[in-house]
Design a binder for this molecule. Structure first.
Ligand SMILES: [Fe+2]
Length: 226
């Protein structure tokens, strides 16, 4: 590890990522706002690391949380979105983002002075972050944390607001149906999608926040008009 590896400039890396997403059509605001979700994954990973209390390659992992979705800037939006809809086969294009992110991260981390070894460790995390369940036989502890943080970032307050952002951008869902959706939606599938027990307990807390918010807002549509 060189001196930059030991003390990465997380703010500078986030700025690089934010500037890239700001130039896209779909990832700077709305339901897929990566300037927000990137930050959430970074913060969620920090919480897991702290509570896990195990030796992890923290610097590589946190750099990967910031860069993990950078490949989305290379996705062809015409293959995923129409003005008011997400296309049915969007996931085919979407799944390319992990691999597409690797050369972007590699080039950038080199320019800011990280070592080859450090860069390869970050790139392993980026490339595999979307391979959940049986899609991968073995995962490093750092990859397990990144995958869990990626899901936890999308529950709680974040899980509450995304459906509204979605319905605002793609006119398929009314506010009332968004409220109904939030009551049921759990990106972690009741923790089953998570690798680590500590992540399950964080997700449980976040889902409690989400369901309490849903309960509160549900009272407002408890109307005899429905
Ligand atoms: Fe991703």
């Amino acid at each position: 590890m060189n001196s930059i590896d030991k003390k990465p400039n997380y703010k500078q890396i986030y700025k690089f990522v934010k500037d890239k997403f700001d130039k896209t059509t779909h990832f700077k605001h709305g339901p897929f706002d990566e300037t927000y979700y990137t930050l959430r994954v970074y913060e969620s990973a920090k919480e897991i690391i702290k509570k896990l209390n195990k030796k992890v390659k923290k610097e590589q992992l946190l750099v990967a949380t910031i860069l993990h979705d950078i490949g989305k800037i290379k996705l062809k939006s015409g293959k995923m979105f129409k003005r008011d809809a997400v296309l049915e086969n969007a996931s085919e294009e979407w799944h390319k983002h992990a691999k597409l992110g690797v050369p972007i991260a590699r080039r950038y981390l080199k320019t800011i002075g990280h070592s080859e070894e450090f860069i390869e460790e970050v790139c392993y995390l980026i490339e595999h972050h979307d391979l959940r369940g049986d899609k991968l036989q073995k995962r490093s502890l750092e990859l397990q944390i990144l995958q869990d943080a990626d899901l936890i970032a999308d529950v709680g307050f974040a899980g509450f607001i995304r459906p509204f952002l979605y319905s605002g951008k793609f006119s398929k869902q009314s506010v009332i149906s968004s409220i109904e959706f939030i009551k049921k939606e759990d990106r972690t599938s009741n923790g089953k999608e998570l690798n680590l027990n500590i992540s399950k307990s964080i997700a449980k807390r976040e889902m409690k926040i989400q369901s309490n918010l849903a309960k509160e807002i549900s009272k407002e549509i408890d109307s005899d008009l429905l």
